[in-house]
Design a protein around this ligand. Structure first.
Ligand code: SF4
Length: 276
């Protein structure tokens, strides 16, 4: 008998989510040979479970999941062809259609930089309305990164369940974004310019002063973005930033050469490679 895709009869939804998370993780690891450090994997699982607890109503009303939207046949000013693609979720309820774009980003960052997200959603709305000829009443981003307080409450949930409930109540990951498809052409041109810059090998990092700029919760661009960037030690802006703003953290050449990541990351990579 074929195995059902839903939860087993005696399985709770959260156990089902954890089981499917593990299955997906193993499948992706097998397909692309990359592991995840245990704490990164735990954080990803936490985001999925918190999303379910906080947005169960939205998750249950989604009528079309992972709808792939595509705007093919675009051409840059240098005659390079490219397509724009995106994946969204759709809720159709009581005569209204809402498009959700799930992001693993910080909700506060999104609220402070709505323009960036609005431009992308406008392109998706344009594809949905004008190419697919479908109704659309609203667009929103769902930002799944939990606040630090919510993360801490989750970790301590066995000792203090009410703190977790309070933090969940405070967390507001749905960010409505007004759409206006009149500006779609500007966004497509920005994508086209980016395609040309990538193809021409023009990778200019922002100046060091930008890296030290405080963004949200006193976090700088260097902390939010560069910390996770693989080329940071060969990036002139990052090195200048360290020299000027964090001289004590400036690594020696040998440190960079021998930097293979944290021990847990190295072990996860070896395990994943061996298993694959
Ligand atoms: S370290 Fe990476 S993310 Fe940061 S400025 Fe340089 S290239 Fe950009």
């Amino acid at each position: 008998m074929p195995k059902s895709n839903g939860p087993d009869p005696n399985e709770s939804i959260e156990d089902f989510i954890v089981r499917r998370f593990e299955e997906n993780f193993q499948r992706l690891r097998f397909e692309n040979g990359h592991g995840l450090a245990p704490e990164v994997k735990e954080a990803a699982k936490r985001q999925v479970l918190l999303y379910w607890r906080r947005l169960r109503e939205v998750a249950e009303t989604i009528t079309d999941t992972e709808v792939r939207l595509s705007l093919p046949g675009q051409v840059t000013s240098k005659k390079r062809k490219f397509n724009i693609e995106g994946v969204v979720d759709i809720v159709r309820e009581e005569g209204r259609t809402v498009m959700y774009d799930l992001k693993t980003h910080d909700p506060e960052y999104i609220r402070e930089n709505l323009g960036e997200y609005e431009a992308q959603l406008n392109v998706y709305a344009h594809i949905w309305q004008n190419l697919r000829k479908q109704e659309l009443n609203e667009t929103a981003v769902i930002a799944t990164r939990p606040s630090d307080a919510l993360d801490a409450a989750w970790i301590n949930r066995d000792r203090n369940a009410s703190a977790l409930e309070d933090e969940l109540e405070r967390w507001n990951p749905v960010i409505p974004i007004p759409f206006d498809t009149r500006h779609v052409q500007d966004t497509i041109e920005k994508f086209a310019n980016t395609v040309d810059r990538i193809e021409d090998g023009v990778y200019i990092p922002p100046p060091p002063s930008h890296l030290s700029k405080k963004e949200i919760r006193d976090e700088t661009f260097a902390t939010r973005v560069c910390r996770n960037c693989d080329v940071r030690f060969s990036c002139l802006s990052f090195r200048e930033y360290l020299k000027t703003y964090r001289p004590k953290e400036l690594p020696k050449f040998r440190d960079i050469y021998e930097d293979a990541g944290a021990e847990q990351d190295r072990e996860a990579r070896i395990d994943a490679g061996l298993e694959t």
